[in-house]
Design a protein around this ligand. Structure first.
Ligand code: G6P
Length: 540
């Protein structure tokens, strides 16, 4: 079993073939057992009997030959009952079960078997036998480390009465929000240090906020959409210039260094290879600058504080959403989003609104709006579950869908399109509604449904008139909007309550998730494990 890519496998393969080794597959993985067999044969010729120590020695001799990223486990027919594992730039966890050890690349796979885990550090190897675990570092020295306990695995192996984990996780979002409010937004203003007089209590050191002039956020996929909402909040609420990057782009073309910059990584799994590599690169180039203003300041937002990310950053914001099994992120999206609401409020409070004009009273109103969120989500999830289920069949033959949003809801349009692509395999595009006229409008006709997110605020009328333009091209219009006279424009309405525009993404995302879910479920697709996708993408 191997996760990752052995980049120099062709060279290794040719070397072994030249020695007469016959390969059974074209995979990069096969060079690993072949190299190990060669080492073991050498030891055997030297008269050594099969033992765990021998297998470990062979592994340690082979690892320096492997370039790239890997996490793998090896069994040896001569030594049943022993297993060796190794990792480099790809995650590997050992689970300590009852009378058994388990190996996995991510925690959800272990849930249901054990809550006690031992994550391997980069370059480490381990020998697992009925006698226990022997752990060694990259230099071959024995390492002693206490296993840790996973949180939030209680319900994971159980879909309860839900048809899919994704649907269960969508329904868990009111609870995610309620927990967040209870933890970070207590009813009364905070009395005790270090949060005295403040609205939000975050599990972060005060140094996170001090002297920050710019913020850059690195993320992939759904987490990047969260980051885009986050950037909007940090700029509009706290007045801090914020840029969002695809981690996979940033790592090869970072912008010029700016001083006093906080770098935030957003990754639900904490294991996304591109995000981790971008982070490592940023850390390295900042460490190379003598001026302390350029020193790396790293904050990670994740659902897995025990992940590789957790071990790399200075400070971690654990969103505490509990294990998410569905590959398409839903409750972790909401959890990460809430982390940014907390962060933006915390920065804004410390800057007294700064240049954005959000004074203490407006911040208090936003906090009150957030406290109302769990109940609003409860109503919304139940209501839209029913509504979207009835819409599922309308998409039986649909091949393209357009999602439109503006301002703070533009990333939600992107998320709606991504969710639909991921699980229903329908082509979908998320677009800023005002950009439709510059190209995409040419695609519209009666066969292309348009989902338009229109909530009262700065761009309400604009979005409605963009939707009107789509309707004039015979597109079927689905509106995510409040029940009001303007909403009569839509062929179908997925109503959302009226809230402060800044809070609206927390609600408008719900119909996006449920619409995708029901379209995919109606098509009979494997919603929780969509083709070609993985929950943690641990390779570049
Ligand atoms: C994969 C998943 C996506 C996820 C992305 C980033 O592609 O299928 O759902 O958004 O990775 O994952 P992360 O763990 O970094 O948030």
């Amino acid at each position: 079993m191997q996760n990752g890519i052995i980049e120099n496998y062709r060279t290794l393969r040719e070397e072994l073939q030249a020695e007469g080794v016959v390969f059974r597959s074209d995979t990069d993985t096969e060079v690993i057992p072949r190299l190990l067999s060669r080492e073991l044969a050498r030891f055997h010729a030297g008269g050594s009997a099969p033992s765990g120590g021998l297998l470990l020695q062979a592994l340690q001799a082979v690892l320096p030959r492997l370039h790239g990223a890997y996490a793998f486990a090896v069994v040896w027919a001569e030594l049943p009952g022993a297993l060796v594992v190794a990792r480099k730039a790809a995650p590997l966890l050992i689970g300590l079960g009852e009378g058994e050890f388990l190996c996995a690349s991510d925690t959800p796979a272990l849930a249901g078997f054990t809550r006690t885990i031992l994550p391997l550090e980069d370059g480490e190897v381990a020998l697992l036998t009925p006698l226990g675990i022997e752990l060694y570092d990259a230099a071959g020295d024995r390492v002693q480390r206490t296993p840790s306990l996973l949180s939030g695995t209680e319900h994971v192996a159980d879909k309860r009465s839900f048809r899919h984990f994704m649907l269960k996780e969508i329904h868990e979002q009111p609870e995610t929000a309620a927990l967040w409010v209870a933890r970070h937004l207590p009813e009364a203003e905070l009395g005790a240090a270090p949060h005295a007089g403040l609205l939000v209590a975050l599990p972060l050191d005060e140094s996170v906020y001090e002297g920050v002039e710019r913020i850059q956020i690195l993320a992939c996929g759904t987490s990047r959409h969260v980051a885009q909402v986050g950037a909007y909040l940090l700029e509009q609420l706290a007045g801090i210039p914020t840029s969002v990057f695809y981690a996979s782009e940033f790592r090869y073309a970072p912008p010029p260094l700016s001083p006093n910059t906080l770098t935030i990584e957003v990754t639900q799994s904490g294991e996304t290879a591109d995000t981790l590599a971008a982070l490592a690169m940023e850390q390295e180039r900042r460490r190379a600058v003598a001026d302390p203003a350029y020193a790396p300041r790293l904050l990670g937002i994740t659902n897995r504080p025990e992940s590789s990310l957790g071990r790399l950053v200075d400070q971690i914001f654990d969103i505490g959403a509990g294990i998410e099994v569905g590959v398409a992120a839903t409750k972790t999206f909401l959890g990460q989003l809430l982390a940014f609401y907390g962060l933006a409020l915390a920065f804004a409070e410390r800057r007294a609104g700064g240049a954005t004009g959000h004074g203490p009273e407006q911040l208090r109103q936003l906090a009150a709006g957030l406290r109302a969120l769990p109940q609003q989500l409860r109503d919304l999830v139940d209501d839209h579950d029913r509504r979207c289920e009835q819409l599922g069949h309308l998409f039986a033959d649909t091949q393209d869908v357009m999602f439109l949003g503006r301002g703070i809801n533009y990333p939600i349009a992107l998320e709606g399109a991504l969710k639909l692509k991921e699980i229903s395999y329908i082509h979908a595009e998320g677009y800023p509604a005002g950009e439709m006229k510059h190209g995409p409008i040419a695609l519209l006709d009666a066969r292309v449904p348009v989902v338009s997110i229109a909530v009262p605020g700065t761009v309400f009328d604009k979005v409605l008139s963009n939707a009107q333009e789509a309707k004039a091209r015979d597109a079927q219009l689905i509106g995510v909007a409040p029940e009001c006279a303007d909403a009569e424009l839509f062929d179908t309405l997925l109503p959302v309550p009226v809230v402060d525009e800044l809070l609206s993404p927390l609600l408008t995302v719900i119909p996006m998730q449920l619409l995708s879910y029901h379209i995919a479920a109606h098509r009979g697709l494997d919603v929780d494990q969509p083709r070609n996708l993985a929950k943690s993408v641990t390779v570049e």
